[in-house]
Design a protein around this ligand. Structure first.
Ligand SMILES: Nc1ncnc2c1ncn2[C@@H]1O[C@H](COP(=O)(O)OP(=O)(O)OP(=O)(O)O)[C@@H](O)[C@H]1O
Ligand SMILES: [Mg+2]
Length: 384
């Protein structure tokens, strides 16, 4: 066991690390973070913030020497960086899990090899792969870079096989994957936690709606048949067991129009859809990450009430400072901001969570709160 008072190292400096650090500090741990930028969302609440590139292996080694366990809030850390950290500290999740989850071809191949349903796919590395991939996958299809994609970046929709070569050129001819475009009924995610002893726990299925390929609203529990939810949970557990995973893993699933379940992707860390667990569950995904990483018993993931979360992207700032008072006037709504000073377009700045008697009511509340943020400031007091 890594007891309270020990130091946790977080690779990455974003909001996932920030909320992890808050949970860890509440339990009396110290937190160090390493990221290329200064004054990061994680750095603002950590005990120590180190500025270094994820490719600076000496900096990673020094960072690992100063902590008891290293975890991630950002998965695009190279295998070499994970190995450098492993020389000096326990690293959770392990480097193999990270290598699989950060590369779409390795990820889908691993899942398919374990008999887990995924979208039909084909790798693209050379020109010769283009016609082969188009024949295997068909159209419409989604062309995605194999690595470094997030929030829909590095993705193009391909409507006809004749468009594929140009689509690949638009991605810089980087290693890519072609996936069948699925007629979606809905999207859900399962967040699982696995301890050092193989102990396991999962949160209620969460239903996710995207806008412009970025997560927009999440609702728990998801409105899916019990059998679908059960299958998604079983898949999550078997993936975590197969990877000998320690920590938090989120699996994004597609529910196709015919009701079948497909894995979209794995996130080897807490997930945006799980932000609602902070307010809505007995133990949040961040505290669960801490418990799993430190070999503490896992906490109860029980959902206390139906809940919804709405992301706050920088657009909310378009007409000036958001009307915080108007949103906070709704008594069941919680506001989370990540301490980012520049609202660049598309940037995730914060989120709102609402708890209510039903998922639909929670969703209505959280959307009303987000709407209220862009209301004119009617009360002169609230504009101050
Ligand atoms: N093959 C597909 N069929 C149908 N919709 C898709 C497909 N691939 C992606 N999408 C849509 O685009 C969204 C983002 O895709 P994906 O999860 O692959 O990208 P990402 O860049 O890793 O995004 P994030 O970081 O938000 O998870 C999906 O959640 C889904 O709404
Ligand atoms: Mg995704």
């Amino acid at each position: 066991m890594i007891p309270p008072g020990a130091t946790i190292g977080v690779l990455g400096g974003g909001q996932l690390g920030r909320m992890f650090a808050m949970a860890a500090r509440r339990l009396g741990y110290r937190v160090h973070t390493l990221a290329p930028d200064d004054d990061t969302p994680t750095g603002q609440v950590a005990d120590r913030e180190i500025n270094a590139s994820y490719d600076d292996l000496d900096a990673i080694r020094a960072f690992a020497q100063g902590v008891d366990v290293v975890t991630f809030e950002f998965e695009n850390v190279s295998a070499a960086a994970a190995a450098a950290a492993e020389e000096h500290a326990i690293v959770r999740p392990n480097g193999r899990a990270l290598a699989i989850a950060q590369h779409r071809i390795r990820e889908k191949t691993f899942l398919a090899d374990h008999g887990i349903p995924v979208t039909p796919f084909a790798p693209i590395r050379t020109d010769a792969d283009l016609p082969r991939a188009a024949a295997i996958v068909g159209c419409p299809a989604a062309l995605k870079t194999a690595s470094f994609g997030y929030d829909g970046k590095g993705q193009v929709l391909v409507s006809a096989p004749s468009d594929l070569a140009a689509a690949w050129a638009s991605l810089g001819r980087r290693e890519a994957i072609l996936e069948a475009f699925i007629d979606l009924d809905r999207e859900i995610s399962i967040i699982g936690a696995r301890g050092v002893d193989g102990g396991w726990s999962h949160f209620a299925p969460i239903e996710n709606a995207h806008a412009r390929h970025i997560l927009d609203v999440s609702v728990a529990p998801a409105n899916v048949p019990t059998a679908t939810a059960g299958l998604a949970v079983d898949i999550t557990r078997s993936v975590m067991d197969a990877l000998e995973y320690v920590g938090i893993l989120c699996i994004e699933f597609f529910v196709a129009g015919d009701g079948s379940l497909l894995v979209n992707e794995l996130a080897p860390r807490p997930h945006n859809s799980g932000h609602l667990t902070f307010d809505a569950c007995r133990t949040s995904q961040f505290e669960q990450q801490l418990r799993a990483n430190c070999a503490l018993p896992l906490g109860s993931p029980e959902l206390l009430q139906p809940a919804a979360m709405a992301n706050l992207l920088a657009d909310v700032w378009e007409r000036g400072e958001p009307n915080w008072a108007a949103a906070l006037a709704l008594p069941d709504v919680k506001l989370h901001l990540y301490g980012k000073s520049t609202p660049r377009p598309g940037r995730k700045m914060g989120h709102l969570t609402a708890l209510a008697a039903s998922p639909a009511e929670a969703k209505a509340q959280v959307l009303a709160a987000r709407e209220a943020l862009t209301n004119p400031h009617t009360n002169p007091q609230s504009a101050i």
